[in-house]
Write a protein that binds this ligand. Structure first.
Ligand code: BGC
Ligand code: BGC
Length: 831
């Protein structure tokens, strides 16, 4: 089994290749129009019940046009009330990653059930003479009921991919469905069946594997676990919910791994790599499919009729309903967030219109009345949604709190579910190196180091309670066990001991050390990287590993990560190396099960995990894989001498979103000083330098490092300091994703007036935002939302200078850094 997997992978996929086109000879240069006849045909197995069909036909006759349009629209909890649902007859609501009942992302579980009742009761209120179709509530339960405090958090999909165990996946689905039912929701936006081909993508961990066959082998199991078998009706009378396979199609195939980007691949690759998992999804009766934000061959999926209607519905026979992604319709050619009939016409049945639902509703209604949208298309979309609602048994289920499992708080994070998650953790661990230090002996004295060791949020990753998985403490995971806590419990249970020491210092020499390191949580977009290197600020534990080893202490490196990354220094430094992925709330227990052996020094559990994607040899993936897909050692693997891996100088590896650092522009960037309005500009290449006719003087000054900033002294008048790019940048995705332009300055003399500006090629460019930068005696990292410029009409797809600081009057300030990010010390207001 093990060998076979390694072999197949070597032949089929190299997850590191940028132009992933395994075996694909066909052209990637099409116009985004698919040919359904070359796609496989499937049979949607959900039985068609004539009695239900008759009820749907009756409803379609009775419902007003307004009621029909309402069914097609889904609003986010951020921006909708039960009264809105009553008035507009909305078909669905959702909670996005950052929303929750009562405007609180961290609302306790009982509030979710209360909110579910409130929305349900409003939806079935017929006092206005309507038909009162019950609403359904969707949530991103993507690794357990992961928006809810106290839920069991399972390993993220990439870890499950390492477990190569479809039966386990089905049990995880079933447990997740039960926990969702406790808080009254009916629908999860899962499973993600993406097949990532470039792990620089920040959502790669949401996918099980880079191998389409492995992903496809899981889909049916997860769909059955969540929904039950296709012939199961009345899901709400049992312990099931409806699923949504996402994101259709090739969300993991975008060029460069750019989130919401463009998959520039042939139709054959689109079908054979990214389309493969949709076969088992359909064959297992998945109730909904979510369309991807991304494009194929330059065309947004959300408006692609040939794929949504031609391929998915007509050819592959998908009989459920199609939902769009978060305002994704607004990105379709010719659409805005508030108007996009193109989506419905392409085959979308429900619009995820979080804050834009009213605009979408009114626009669709107006156009339907004007005859711009055929009534058959509207009726078909409504019928598809109603069919799923009947399958749920929604019309008989009563209010959420009256349904089975509702309010059964002990099911949320129950010991049974945590046990499944713990098993999943054990099976997901991948052993890349073991020079004899593992298993750790029961009874040993352990040191646990690394800043992530006692951090459940860090071990859980994005899409955990909050959107990006940030801003959480261990207290928000009641019942969960950090890696440190799990190791400590197991060490003590075996008669040994453990101490936590993030920096690796100790007073009593340990028998062995476990150093936990790796990525910090991220989700959509914010996790995109330019290379497959671990962020430089996260490599501190390498030194800890070396220091411990130099003191004669055997070191086990445990890596928390959403993807395979170049970590050769850690692989070299540690005596054993374990990839833990994003193990979730039971990470500590599952990890300790496998790492800590019995009193005789024998393993209590085996390593069985295999890499779900190839491991890179270099950050730029230049030399192919260090370890291929399917690789993983066991306790039985014969030990070989360790051959030191080449280590590159990471200080030279740039981050694509750092434009100016340590007082100098990044490569292909310039620092320019001038009076932009008068067209006088000077590129500052050496210091000291004068500019603007002697009115400004630039020197080097110290910041975090010696000469780590440029000091600009302006004697009087207007001046503009810009960090500009040689090539226009496309910052549209960053703008959507709430990213800021961050600049680190120390102001010694505040200018009379200051503004931040952005320059781009095209309309609205040169827009500015007045700012106040007071005198401070240390550097401050300010941030302004890119949205601020977009709101002023700037074309964010062609930015040539993301940072321009304009000043009037005498000024004296130093600039240390300009980059994009979300970690501002002071957020500047946008007017
Ligand atoms: C994501 C989806 C998610 C939705 C709702 C989108 O931004 O792409 O995966 O289901 O938000 O939170
Ligand atoms: C929401 C997410 C959504 C994202 C889209 C966030 O504010 O909470 O659910 O996926 O926006 O960019």
């Amino acid at each position: 089994m093990r060998l076979a997997l390694v072999f197949v992978a070597a032949l089929t996929l190299n997850a590191c290749s940028r132009e992933a086109a395994p075996g694909g000879t066909a052209s990637a240069e099409g116009d985004g129009t698919a040919h359904p006849e070359i796609w496989p045909e499937y049979k949607y197995p959900v039985p068609v019940d004539p009695a239900v069909e008759a009820k749907i036909a009756d409803l379609l006759k009775t419902m007003t046009l307004e009621e029909k349009i309402g069914q097609l629209v889904q609003a986010d909890l951020c921006c909708v009330t039960p009264d809105d649902v009553r008035k507009y007859n909305l078909g669905s609501i959702l909670v996005g990653g950052n929303s929750g009942p009562n405007g609180n992302d961290l609302s306790p579980a009982p509030d979710w059930l209360k909110a579910a009742d409130g929305f349900y009761l409003a939806s079935v209120d017929k006092s206005d003479g309507g038909v009162g179709i019950p609403v359904i509530w969707g949530t991103d339960a993507v690794h357990g009921h992961s928006n809810i405090i106290g839920a069991t958090i399972f390993p993220h999909n990439i870890g499950l991919g390492a477990a190569h165990d479809p039966a386990l996946i089905e049990r995880i689905g079933a447990a997740t469905a039960k926990e969702i039912r406790v808080t009254g929701q009916e629908w999860t936006f899962a499973p993600t069946v993406t097949v990532p081909q470039d792990y620089r993508w920040g959502r790669a961990y949401e996918g099980y594997s880079s191998d389409p066959k492995l992903v496809a082998s899981y889909v049916g199991a997860m769909v059955r676990g969540l929904q039950g078998t296709p012939d199961e009706t009345n899901l709400l009378a049992h312990d099931k919910v409806i699923a949504s396979t996402k994101h259709f199609l090739a969300d993991g195939g975008t060029k460069g791994g750019v989130d919401q980007g463009d998959a520039q691949i042939s139709e054959e690759d689109l079908r054979d790599i990214h389309g493969l998992p949709y076969g088992p999804a359909i064959q297992n009766g998945v109730a909904t499919v979510m369309v991807s934000f991304s494009s194929w061959q330059g065309k947004k999926l959300t408006g692609n009729k040939s794929l949504i209607t031609g391929v998915l519905k007509d050819r592959m026979g998908f009989g459920g309903f199609v939902v769009s992604d978060w305002n994704a319709h607004g990105q379709v050619e010719g659409c805005t967030n508030n108007s996009c009939p193109q989506g419905l016409l392409a085959g979308l049945d429900m619009y995820m219109a979080p804050d834009s639902w009213k605009g979408v509703y009114e626009d669709l209604l107006k156009r339907a009345k004007a005859g711009e949208i055929p009534m058959e298309r509207i009726d078909d979309a409504v019928a598809r949604i109603l069919r799923v609602k009947f399958r749920l048994g929604l019309f008989e289920a009563g209010k959420p709190s009256d349904r089975p499992l509702a309010g059964d708080w002990k099911v949320l994070g129950s010991p049974e579910h945590r046990e499944i998650s713990r098993e999943a953790v054990r099976k997901s661990l991948v052993l890349l190196k073991n020079q004899g230090v593992l298993p750790l002996k029961a009874g040993a004295r352990l040191l646990v180091a690394g800043d992530g060791a006692d951090d459940i949020a860090r071990a859980s990753g994005g899409w955990t309670i909050s959107w990006q998985g940030t801003g959480l403490t261990n207290a928000m995971f009641p019942g969960g066990t950090s890696l440190w806590a799990g190791l400590k419990q197991a060490a003590e249970a075996g008669g040994g001991s453990a101490v936590l020491s993030p920096d690796g210092s100790f007073t009593q020499k340990p028998d062995a050390a476990v150093v936990v390191f790796g990525e910090k949580p991220y989700a959509e977009f914010q996790g995109d990287r330019a290379t497959l290197a671990l962020d430089a600020d996260l490599t501190g534990p390498y030194a800890t590993m070396k220091k411990l080893k130099a003191q004669g202490i055997p070191v086990v490196a445990v890596m928390i990560t959403g993807r395979p990354l170049y970590v050769n220094p850690a692989l070299n430094a540690a005596d054993a190396f374990v990839v833990a992925w994003l193990p979730g709330t039971e990470g500590g227990k599952g990890l300790a099960d496998v790492l800590i052996g019995d009193a005789a020094g024998k393993p209590r559990f085996q390593f069985t995990g295999l890499l779900p994607a190839a491991w890179p040899k270099t950050p730029d993936m230049a030399d192919g894989a260090l370890y291929p897909f399917g690789y993983g050692l066991t306790y039985a693997t014969p030990r070989a001498a360790w051959k030191a891996l080449a280590e590159i100088d990471e200080s030279s590896a740039g981050d694509a979103r750092v434009y100016f650092t340590k007082g100098v522009p990044a490569s292909s960037w310039s620092l320019v000083l001038g009076n932009i309005d008068r067209g006088e500009e000077k590129r500052i290449t050496t210091v000291p330098a004068d500019a603007i006719g002697g009115r400004a003087h630039i020197t080097a000054t110290d910041a975090a490092v010696q000469e780590g900033a440029r000091r600009i002294v302006v004697s009087d008048g207007g001046a503009a300091l810009a960090v500009s790019s040689h090539d226009p940048l496309n910052l549209s995705r960053e703008t959507n994703g709430d990213v800021m332009v961050l600049f680190t300055v120390k102001v010694s003399k505040a200018p009379a007036k200051a503004a931040l500006a952005l320059r781009c090629d095209g309309s609205g460019c040169g827009s500015r935002e007045p700012v106040t930068l007071p005198v401070t005696n240390s550097f401050v990292r300010y941030g302004l939302q890119l949205k601020c410029f977009a709101g002023k009409g700037a074309d964010m797809s062609k930015v040539t200078a993301p940072f321009i600081l304009e000043t009037t009057g005498p000024a004296d300030y130093a600039l240390a850094e300009v980059r994009l990010g979300t970690d501002a010390e002071k957020v500047l207001p946008c007017n």
